[in-house]
Design a protein around this ligand. Structure first.
Ligand code: KG4
Ligand code: ZN
Length: 339
């Protein structure tokens, strides 16, 4: 089965062609094309939804055309179209959803609605030859979301908890802005943190011991703000130290709650997804924590390019959760979440 997948939930305009036969335990990327308006938002230090939507309109057709051309495919080679219907920015989502509907109508193909958050989880099933065993705990950490999810199988996906305020990526981005780092600040904070001392600033680990699977990062952001206000001159060493201390505080909470879920549900696999999963320090520390549990639990982390938003992950989620709909039944839903 060949799927054309489309992702336009935020500032990326993306299309991919992916392949999966019913018996396959993973999906294969045939083409994966992406255009991003991130450069425009870097100037303003955050995404302006109106600008993101306008850029989506400019790029959607060229990106889909390129995804088809890269595989020498035409409409007759495509079995179905998968599209992100939410969550995300309404203007951006509408561009992808309405384009997918128009193509489904014109080409007479079924449509598969995909939850963007499932996409981040299913990035782990792309080109992945090793079987991912259930039950699995997935940690989705992106600019807009921080969620812990229990997967008993592909049909049984249960939300365990999420952030009560800011997402992990948002904490990186907002503190990065205080430190005059380029938006989105996650990669810059990770780079600076390599030269910094994680103990230089005593930052809180909010609700790390709470009796649930929730997260809260807004207090951490405020604590970082107070430290910045106290600093006389924000030199390179201080910036590096603050980056290291902030990153460690976020990682400590993410790992503690993930391991708690792993133990409670006796998970065999841990899956990371979302932009923050590109953070190598998070990956390494989670890996060594899992190793110390002396069990056979396996950690799966997609390659960096599949951690951040892309269309291949939407195709993978659509292929494993193949729900055929007519174009008439599909609408963008910016508030979509877990069931
Ligand atoms: O998944 P994503 O591309 O978009 C959303 O759906 O939000 O995630 C973007 C987020 C941003 O907050 C960015 O700062 C963060 O992922 N990010 C990182 C790293 N790379 C991207 N955070 C920490 N370390 C990184 N290396
Ligand atoms: Zn995302």
């Amino acid at each position: 089965m060949k799927l054309l997948s489309i992702e336009t939930s935020c500032d990326e305009t993306a299309a991919a062609i992916i392949h999966k036969d019913p018996t396959d335990s993973f999906t294969t990327i045939l083409s994966n094309v992406l255009s991003t308006s991130l450069g425009l938002h870097a100037k303003t230090g955050g995404i302006i939804p109106e600008i993101a939507a306008r850029e989506q309109l400019k790029f959607i057709i060229p990106v889909i055309k390129k995804a088809l051309e890269d595989t020498n495919s035409s409409e007759k080679d495509i079995d179905a179209i998968a599209v992100t219907i939410g969550p995300g920015l309404i203007g951006s989502l509408l561009v992808g959803v309405e384009t997918a509907k128009a193509l489904a109508f014109a080409w007479n193909k079924p449509l598969i609605p995909v939850n963007h958050l499932y996409g981040h989880i299913y990035a782990n099933w792309i080109n992945q030859k090793e079987p991912i065993e259930f039950p699995a705990i997935a940690l989705i950490v992106s600019g807009g979301h921080t969620d812990l999810v229990l997967m008993k199988n592909h049909q049984d996906i249960q939300w365990l908890g999420g952030t009560r305020d800011d997402a992990a990526g948002e904490a990186f981005d907002k503190v990065g802005r205080l430190l005059n780092l380029p938006y989105p600040a996650g990669p810059a904070i990770e780079k600076n943190a390599q030269q910094g001392n994680v103990k230089a600033f005593n930052l809180p680990r909010p609700i790390i011991n709470s009796d649930d699977f929730d997260f809260s990062f807004s207090g951490l952001k405020t604590a970082a703000l107070r430290e910045v206000q106290k600093i006389q001159t924000l030199d390179e060493k201080t910036t590096n130290d603050l980056c290291a201390s902030l990153q460690q505080a976020i990682i400590d909470v993410l790992i503690k709650k993930t391991i708690k879920a792993v133990q409670k549900y006796d998970a065999k696999s841990v899956l990371l997804g979302g932009g923050v999963a590109a953070n190598q320090t998070l990956k390494q520390q989670l890996e060594s924590t899992i190793l110390n549990l002396k069990s056979n639990i396996r950690l799966f982390v997609p390659p960096k390019s599949l951690c951040t938003d892309n269309a291949a992950m939407i195709g993978a989620a659509g292929a494993f959760n193949y729900i055929e709909k007519s174009w008439r039944e599909i609408d963008a839903n910016p508030e979509l979440y877990f069931d």
